[in-house]
Write a new protein. Structure first.
Length: 322
């Protein structure tokens, strides 16, 4: 009997040990499964993002890594000879060489290259894409008017279908200036003499082309004879300089004349008024009002695809040295 009880106790002990082992094995197995879920989480393809630090085409051009093609519609304005050949392909270094070869004549100067190169980005006011930009590249110190006059030429680059294009250009010298605004508007000013000044607004569009909004020639004193020299000499005489101001606007192919008597002395006002009247009657000069000029400018903004309010934004583009 005692032997039987002893065997029974051994069986119970064995069963207890066996159950404890199964419990411990199950816990370990469960812990292993938990660890596997943590180590190998399920991630969808949409959650995987690969950051890209690739430089833009504009940045690559500025580092001479990619060239730009001169557009087939490229215009150089008033240059006496072509600087760039349409449809040619140029790196920044090659563009600088073309500019230097054009402006630095070895017969008149020992200078062979510009003083510095700058660049700026401007928005495209005719585009619905707020990130659309054009690149401006400026070559400074070209001696256009005289030695060391800090004159410059600017080339406008645009990106289209993964390709860079040189779309347009402009230049400024000692008696002219063009301010580029961050929104793509250009304000130009120049002088043809003490009483002959010019100014104008234009816009750089998404395709890099430059479209005029208006140009204005502002005449004062003797220079108002440009309206009609014969009538002027008849009214004032050849040696008289009245304090009259005449502005001639060109907007959308139409010409608008305005006059300002604000600075005229009392004794000369009758002569100035006579000149204005005779120019209208004898030379068919239609004197416009301020409201008419503003309306024409607004219509021209619409014609080139920009909002009229764009011309009032005065944040200048930021130029950086290369």
């Amino acid at each position: 009997m005692k032997k039987f009880e002893k065997q029974k106790t051994s069986i119970k002990t064995a069963l207890a040990i066996s159950c404890l082992g199964m419990v411990l094995w199950g816990c370990a197995s469960e812990e292993k499964q938990t660890n596997e879920l943590v180590i190998e989480p399920i991630v969808s393809e949409e959650d995987v993002q690969t950051p890209s630090n690739s430089p833009s085409l504009y940045e690559q051009f500025l580092h001479n890594s990619v060239p730009a093609t001169v557009g087939s519609d490229y215009s150089e304005g008033d240059y006496t000879a072509q600087i760039l050949e349409k449809n040619s392909t140029l790196t920044l270094t090659e563009l600088e060489s073309r500019v230097s070869a054009y402006f630095f004549d070895p017969e008149y100067t020992d200078k062979t290259s510009c003083d510095r190169i700058q660049y700026a980005y401007v928005n495209c006011p005719d585009s619905s894409d707020a990130n659309a930009k054009n690149l401006l590249v400026k070559f400074v110190g070209l001696n256009i008017y005289t030695q060391d006059d800090d004159s410059y030429a600017v080339f406008v680059l645009t990106e289209n279908d993964g390709q860079l294009h040189i779309a347009s250009s402009y230049q400024c010298w000692a008696r002219s200036e063009t301010t580029a605004y961050a929104n793509g508007i250009l304000h130009s000013f120049g002088s043809g003499g003490a009483g002959d000044h010019g100014e104008g607004l234009s816009v750089l569009l998404f395709d890099g082309t430059q479209k005029p909004i208006y140009t204005a020639e502002i005449l004062s004193g003797w220079w108002t004879s440009y309206v009609n020299e014969s009538i002027y000499n008849d009214v004032f005489g050849e040696n008289t300089e009245p304090n009259l101001v005449v502005s001639i606007y060109t907007i959308g192919g139409e010409t608008y004349h305005q006059y300002d008597l604000t600075y005229c002395e009392d004794e000369e006002k009758p002569l100035c008024e006579d000149y204005i009247d005779r120019c209208h009657e004898e030379a068919a000069i239609n004197w416009g009002t301020e409201e008419e000029v503003h309306a024409a400018i607004q219509n021209q903004c619409t014609a080139v695809g920009i909002d009229y309010s764009a011309i009032d934004q005065q944040e200048e583009a930021v130029w950086s040295d290369l």
